[in-house]
Design a protein around this ligand. Sequence first.
Ligand SMILES: Cc1cc2nc3c(=O)[nH]c(=O)nc-3n(C[C@H](O)[C@H](O)[C@H](O)COP(=O)(O)O)c2cc1C
Length: 405
Amino acid sequence: MLANKKILICVTGGIAVYKAVALVSKLSQAGADVKVVMTKSAMEFVTPLTFQAMSRNDVYFDTFDEKDSRVIAHIDLADWADLVIVAPATANVIGKVANGISDDMVTTVLLATTAEVWFAPAMNVNMYEKRSVIRNIDTLAKDGYRFIEPSEGFLACGYVGKGRLEEPEKIVKLVQENFVPKNLPLTGKKVVITAGPTRERIDPVRYVSNFSSGKMGYAMAEAATKLGAKTILVSGPVSLNPPSGVQVIHVESAAEMFEAVSRNYDDAEIVIKAAAVADYRPAEIHPQKIKKSDSDSVINLERTTDILKTLGERKQQQILVGFAAETENVIENGMGKLERKNLDFIIINDVTDPDGGFGNDTNVVTLLSKNGTNKLYPAMPKNDLATLLLEAIIEEVKVGNSHDR
Ligand SMILES: Cc1cc2nc3c(=O)[nH]c(=O)nc-3n(C[C@H](O)[C@H](O)[C@H](O)COP(=O)(O)O)c2cc1C
């Protein structure tokens, strides 16, 4: 979610510097390009090398160490940043910035930048409540600086009170929220997506499943999130990393998937069932491993709940999208399934096409709507396809809205 975002972390000399290390690490993991500037005091707590390793970038601490003769380092850094966070922010740096002082690399960059600057203060509770500190914070807040309030609790100095640096996870969340574009087509909408196969247990070591890789569902989840959705991905067992910003619910069986989707169905705006749910499960799960014998064996199978059909029956405001794998009469068979299951859209994989289907990174699909529109999408990467499909669905629903919905 933070890909291509340039974040400058100014680290000043408080005991909470160790948390700034975690902050830099988490921001980098979230895809941001992170650079660090330190005060001399901060370097008493943690060396620049730690931040260099975490950010994979040079660390800056000396205003007069001009490594690149083509630029002036503090101006270059100040201009580079999309967002500057001072974490931890000492009482000292807050006072200096409130008074326009720039006597080291951190304060000089802070004076030179036109990017948004956030302060995450951390200090002893008596320092935090000192009138001069309160005055300086007020001054900065009035000047448009944003503050991430410290939390209350045990302080390293032995006091209990307000002054703990906000947890790095919370700061990362604020940064992510800050960069979410506000007017995307799915902003504020809850989208539930299922992906992958299900596993139906035979005994503790064996199961019935299928070859679904989950790639198409994961691509849909990533695309929905990029279009602004609050995405919930209900995933069967797959070996894929969840896209960032997506809430993943891991399930194993069709029954667990049904339960997880049902729990998230009522307030969902769009529900996309891309999972390959087992149609049958062993009628009996053996509590012990079934012993090998010389004779043949029969496993009785029973039907699992038809999740898509059940969701179709319970449908209210939800836009319900199903997937189908067909080998012949793609349009007729797809339309039949769409009607039987009360879907709004169905995405049909022609699994006979060598560029489509399970495990491939590309797919070839036809999108059918209940209004009778149909569009064939030629072979393309599943990620690109997912975005095009979602955009087409949003567009058609929007048109429907203005007419007869
Ligand atoms: C062990 C230790 C912990 C400190 N923790 C803090 C702190 O949490 N917050 C703070 O404002 N100052 C703290 N200080 C004091 C600052 O390091 C000191 O005011 C310093 O001048 C700040 O410099 P800087 O703002 O340039 O980094 C601490 C000092 C020491 C020795």
